[in-house]
Ligand binder design. Structure first.
Ligand SMILES: [Zn+2]
Length: 83
């Protein structure tokens, strides 16, 4: 068995994407909503470049948040379609 998935709630895991981890780099995304934190998530205050979302696998869209580092990297690369 090479499946490293632990015994946590499986209903929240779709196609291997963990809502608490960035689908791009695998880092903890610190999403407040995924963690059940009632405070507004940091992701509500940033603009995620559309190109970054488009690059995600369909399975990951709407399931797992990107992490702050990936969003910042994309913005720094000029992928942000802000204007
Ligand atoms: Zn990331």
């Amino acid at each position: 068995m090479t499946n490293a998935r632990s015994n946590r709630r499986e209903e929240s895991v779709v196609a291997g994407y963990d809502p608490a981890r960035c689908p791009r780099c695998g880092a903890v995304n610190a999403c407040a909503m995924a963690a059940g934190d009632p405070r507004p998530c940091w992701c509500t205050r940033v603009v995620v470049p559309a190109a970054l979302l488009d690059a995600l696998p369909d399975d990951a869209k709407g399931v797992a948040c990107l992490c702050a580092a990936c969003i910042a990297n994309a913005a720094a690369e000029g992928d942000a379609a802000s204007c």
